[in-house]
Design a protein around this ligand. Structure first.
Ligand code: ADP
Length: 400
């Protein structure tokens, strides 16, 4: 290890440089996790105002879609990792050809970039997923729906509703449509990207199985969590998922570890799952980076997802993923009508000295994730109430 001196550190400092592409809150919190280890951090960010660009000292402002920019950025980095999954695969291959380790590598990352590729691979591995196929147009969506009705022996129904997803570019529910007829199915095709149709799973709840894997093959599994969404956006995460049987939790962890191994993922992998009424789990999505469903681990686990992601990309031994409290709850703070969240600190901190606040330095815009809070303790109702209160108070929806 050891990189090009750039005047930022004393000459004798030879700690590795982690290059992070993307300046969002995940980069900001990954940087934070590397600080106690003395890891140096270099950031490629779209703007100086991005969440991580505000706090990292070594920042390159540039466009990750431009190969020359990426190459210049990668010079002097010991490893490249990501805040998001949007870097073109061919660019990542070029960096690898230049001799820069890219973690997770392009062959793994494509499964988190393209939902069509991900579904095909999971099918090949025999991993349970919602019924799905790529559809060509609204008429094909109707055919997909009808196939579902026929498979269920439903001779009356048309098989709707169906979930449609653009295979690339979606996040936080954007790029996902629930359609009730072929007539409603026109919109997803407008973007000109392939569209994936899925059965609308009547899940009882959403879970996430988060694991971290290193290049030398060590892997750790966090407790399976419950993730509650509001309007397609994660609202609350409970660790561990309340009432989840040991059998199903272990199965979900094994499944996530297997996906990480088979896809050769390095770093944090979030496997988003649907739990069904008959006690099965189906894979919804994969994310190969620290993930919202793992934020609880900052305060609730021995080693956070961010710290373990840093360890993994540097091929260091991984840290203990076990929980530190019986229950930890993470509640996202979404932008509301009150732009001055700092004013809310006085009340939140005085009311709950155990509260952990994590703000991202982002503009408060309605519905935008601008931070989260973590609470922990022995009584789930109490822990949930404290998290909800703090998130609501910061947002301005709770005023006392
Ligand atoms: P993204 O993470 O890109 O926003 P997801 O595929 O995770 O998109 O979908 C967002 C949300 O939509 C999920 O968390 C879930 O609540 C709902 N959803 C997605 N796919 C299905 C499905 N096949 N059946 C039922 N609900 C779904």
């Amino acid at each position: 290890m050891g990189s090009v001196p750039n005047g930022r550190y004393p000459v004798g400092v030879t700690f590795p440089v982690v290059g992070m592409v993307g300046g969002g809150q995940l980069a900001r919190m990954t940087h934070e996790a590397g600080i106690p280890l003395g890891i140096r951090f270099k950031l490629l960010s779209d703007t100086p105002q991005d969440s991580a660009a505000q706090v990292v000292s070594d920042v390159v402002i540039g466009d990750y879609r431009d190969l020359d920019t990426l190459r210049d950025f990668a010079r002097g980095c010991d490893v490249i990792t990501f805040d998001h999954e949007h870097v073109p695969t061919e660019h990542l291959r070029a960096l690898e050809a230049d001799g820069i380790p890219v973690r997770p590598g392009p062959d793994a990352l494509v499964h988190a970039q393209d939902k069509g590729v991900m579904r095909a691979k999971l099918d090949a591995l025999g991993v349970p997923c919602p019924r799905h196929r790529i559809v060509r147009d609204p008429a094909d969506v109707a055919a997909f729906a009808a196939e579902g009705a026929a498979a269920e022996g439903d001779t009356e129904g048309d098989g709707f509703p169906v979930v449609l997803k653009t295979v690339r570019g979606g996040y936080d529910g954007k790029g996902v449509w629930v359609v009730r007829s072929a007539a409603e199915a026109a919109e997803p095709f407008r973007a000109g990207v392939p569209v994936l149709a899925e059965e609308k799973v009547p899940f009882v709840r959403e879970l996430a199985a988060n694991v971290v894997r290193s290049p030398h093959g060590q892997a750790v599994a966090y407790p399976v969590v419950e993730s509650r969404q509001v309007d397609g956006v994660c609202d609350t995460v409970i660790a561990p998922a309340p009432g989840l049987s040991e059998g199903l939790a272990g199965h979900a962890q094994d499944l996530a570890l297997r996906v990480a191994r088979e896809l050769d993922v390095v770093g944090h992998l979030a496997v988003e799952l649907f739990e069904t009424a008959d006690g099965r789990v189906l894979v919804n999505e994969l994310a190969m980076r620290p993930h919202n469903s793992g934020h609880w681990s900052q305060d609730g686990a021995v080693t956070s997802q961010f710290a373990n992601h840093v360890r993994a990309v540097l091929d260091l031994p991984l840290g203990d993923p076990r929980p530190r409290a019986k229950w930890t709850v993470m509640a996202n703070v979404l932008g509301g009508d009150y732009p001055d969240m700092y004013a809310a600190y006085l009340h939140c901190m005085a009311r709950d000295p155990q509260l952990k606040i994590h703000m991202y330095g982002k503009d408060v815009k309605p519905g935008r994730k601008v931070g989260h809070v973590n609470t922990y303790g022995d009584d789930l109702d109490d822990v949930l109430e404290r998290a909800r209160h703090a998130a609501g108070y910061l947002k301005g929806t709770i005023t006392e």
